[in-house]
Design a protein around this ligand. Structure first.
Ligand SMILES: C[S@@+](CC[C@H](N)C(=O)[O-])C[C@H]1O[C@@H](n2cnc3c(N)ncnc32)[C@H](O)[C@@H]1O
Length: 358
């Protein structure tokens, strides 16, 4: 099964892009703080809308425009009528580069602590096993007796899965202290817990010796940092020659990218704890809450497959292998099996690579 070549398609997406701009404009005009509730309401529902709409076989572009225009009309109506300026105005949201990493790690740390054990231990293990096997790889052979760095381990749920596959030692590293504390607390629940070692450290300057690990695993992390390239350089440095990198980042050119960037910008002035609390009071389960906050709050740097491959090669990685299969809900699986309009929806989808350090 081969992947379709996905390229930017400005004509195809232009109308969707315009609708997204109209929504952003309407959200930006709601400067009264009480507008936070409307921005959370519309953005959450647009996000949930995409889950249903993208699951359908229909062309998503007209539906995308209708959904965004409806949300825009709601925001405009509220702005023109009931929003009475009773609350202080919010200053326009800005990205504070110095606080960026703390913001991202703080965001995730707060989410981990509500994660249930079945999602933490079993789902991470089962999904990883299925993803490897569907790509013709044996996870036990890949990890057995290896020293593995889980780079940006978050809650440690994949570190735990990797130890369960038989790794000799898994160093879970992150800059989120709450996530690390939570991960340490989980180790007592499983028989392989003594092979899990959680450490504070930034991927931009990994506190490990050169050529000291057999495998670097980095799942959905480096596109949230301010140093995409630097992380890859650090992975190359700490890997032994012949060692292997598993890297997951997001590819480009789908409506999904436009959706996330738009909803994140529209809710940029909403305090993250408020948004998270809103979701948990609504009863959103811990796995989905994490996913929504990841999509709508954490900044993303989107790079194409070609750009990623070039970067990996530049840092001395060879034998690049893209894992194009996944569990049924994985966007890359849907693009690979060719469900209708999958490339319009997801573009290149998730880029999951295994590469060898020369
Ligand atoms: C989307 S989460 C992914 C967590 C985990 N890999 C997983 O798949 O469950 C991104 C993680 O990257 C971490 N992170 C962001 N910047 C980092 C950096 N410079 N160094 C280490 N970790 C970082 C965040 O704290 C967060 O835990």
């Amino acid at each position: 099964m081969s992947l379709p070549q996905v390229a930017p398609n400005p004509d195809r997406h232009a109308a969707a892009h315009d609708a997204a701009q109209r929504y952003l404009q309407a959200a930006g005009n709601l400067t009264d703080r009480s507008g936070w509730s409307l921005k959370m309401f519309t953005s959450l529902n647009l996000f949930l809308w995409h889950l249903d709409a993208f699951a359908s076989a229909d062309d998503p572009v007209p539906a995308f425009i209708t959904a965004f225009d409806s949300a825009t009309a709601l925001l405009k109506l509220a702005g023109d009528t009931v929003c009475g300026g009773h609350f202080p105005e919010v200053p326009p949201a800005t990205v504070d580069e110095s606080g960026f990493e703390n913001q991202v790690s703080g965001l995730f740390s707060d989410i981990w602590v509500s994660m249930t054990d079945d999602i933490y231990f079993d789902q991470s293990y089962d999904f990883t096993k299925q993803r490897f096997e569907k790509n013709g790889l044996d996870p036990e052979a890949f990890f057995a007796d290896k020293t593995v760095l889980d780079a940006g381990c978050g809650s440690g749920k994949f570190s735990a899965a990797i130890a369960r596959f038989g790794a000799k030692q898994v160093i879970g590293m992150d800059i989120g202290q709450k996530g690390l504390d939570f991960a340490r607390g989980q180790t007592g629940k499983v028989p392989y817990g003594d092979r899990l070692d959680y450490r504070f450290g930034s991927l931009l300057d990994i506190p490990l010796d050169d050529a000291s690990v057999d495998v670097v695993w980095s799942n959905g992390v480096i596109h949230h940092t301010l140093g995409y390239d630097q992380c890859v350089a650090e992975f190359a440095r700490v890997l032994k020659p012949g060692g292997q990198l598993f890297l997951y980042v997001n590819g480009r050119f789908g409506l999904f990218e436009l959706l996330l960037d738009t909803l994140r910008l529209a809710t940029a002035d909403v305090p993250k704890p408020l948004f998270q609390h809103f979701l948990s009071l609504l009863g959103v389960n811990s796995g989905r809450l994490y996913w929504i906050m990841d999509c709508l709050s954490a900044p993303y740097e989107w790079r194409s497959r070609a750009e990623l491959e070039q970067l990996l090669r530049r840092h001395g990685f060879t034998d690049l292998f893209q894992m194009t299969r996944g569990v049924a809900s994985d966007q890359i699986e849907q693009v690979t099996v060719g469900i209708p309009h999958a490339a319009t929806k997801y573009g290149e989808a998730q880029l999951k690579y295994i590469a060898t350090k020369a």
